[in-house]
Design a protein. Sequence first.
Length: 512
Amino acid sequence: AASRYTEAKLAPISAELFRDIDKDTVDFVPNYDNTMTEPTLLPVTFPSVLVNANMGIAVGMASNICSFNLKEICDTTAALIKDPDADITETLKAPDFIGGGQILYDEDKMNEIFRTGRGSFKIRAKYSYDKKNNCIDIYEIPATTTTEAIIDKIVELAKGGKVKEISDIRDETDKKGLKITIDLKRGTDADKLMKKLYKMTPLEDSFGCNFNVLIAGTPRVLGVRELLLEWIAFRTECVNRRVYFDLSKAKDRLHLLEGLQKILLDIDKAVRIIRSTDEESEVVPNLMIGFGIDKIQADYVAEIKLRHLNREYILKRTADIEQLKTDIEDMEDILSSRSRVKKIIVNELSDVVKKYDKPRRSEIIYTSDIVDEADPEEEIPDYPVTLFFTKEGYFKKITPQSLRMSGEQKLKENDEIIETVEATNNTELLFFTDKCRVYKAKAADFDDSKASVLGDYVASKLEMEPEENAVYMAVTTDYKGFMLFFFENGKLAKIDLSAYETKTNRKKLTGA
């Protein structure tokens, strides 16, 4: 695109990804059409693989790496350089996302992720309650979701009658930042509502970790310690290659200056040799013979402009000789000393932290400190009801007060009530269909009804398949007891009700 359309630029920290890339720190290979070369890796000065969140899907494999705080990663890496057996949890507690949120810290689960590179942890949104306007402002959400997904789910729950405390919800995200506003009905407890929404919406979500990376072209799943040790080995090679590159350049320059220093002994002689040489091709050989220098040194001298063949110019250039010798000795010592290379890496990590450190954005909440996390289902009001199920698949839930004041039950033509059960609002219902399926629901999922209405058509309410109808209703609170099934061929099946109990909130049970 033309430059006038370009509205983005690299952040300052991106310079750390390319630092010293021109000093042979990494390998280069031809690009797709052989018009240029490109690096196989970037010589980044900090473990960016764990600082930037990475998610990728390929053929038969995937990777999902959460992000960590820059300072914590650099401090942990420095600690491992000094002691490979260091406890990384002392400096690295949990991931850190740019979008903030609250990380629910379970020590066992987090240690498993750190050790194996696999596992998951929960992250939830952060909110504040605006008492004046009686609304909840959500200003940080999990990295795994979006404002649209959250709003859509809450609207769905509100329409389904599962969340009745909300009067309105809207996205007020602007230049100042993310913001979802939830208007509350009078008398609503904001904290209790949020606990319910955490359970029922993406406001609390799980981040699944899969630290799958390529090591020398081979996919491997590594824990945090292994990843950092691999990066340390890679960075050690980068530093060694950089020092070797600088050493080679310094030796080359020293060699040239030593040749120039010999010219300083008799500048006039050099001028005479050049002037008295008949052919240009003989200048370099004559200088080599006249001063006892090699071809590289003679080429360098021959390329010096005539105006620079003076004592002042040569003295200024040769003044660097002693410093170059000192630098060469120092670089050779670095290449022979692993401890000095480690110190260089640690110092570079420290410099990165000083330049780019930012406070944690994701708050760590210890699961052991979370109290009053009652299941939202427990907050559903419980009261006596009478349940009616008809031959045509209609369902009614009527309170005793309404039932006493009602007259005859309204039914469709040729329909009749086949089941009447005294129960409570928290009773669980099992609807058996003519397609050998079972659909689960709670009495609370249905609105209180009256005798004067038809009630809810179960097939529509529970989103059954086309041409599928409910033929029987079982009521339970503890899944004790059993069901008897009689078949046309005369056979009988006895099945414990516990077989229909599920730990998750699945509504549809196939093969029942």
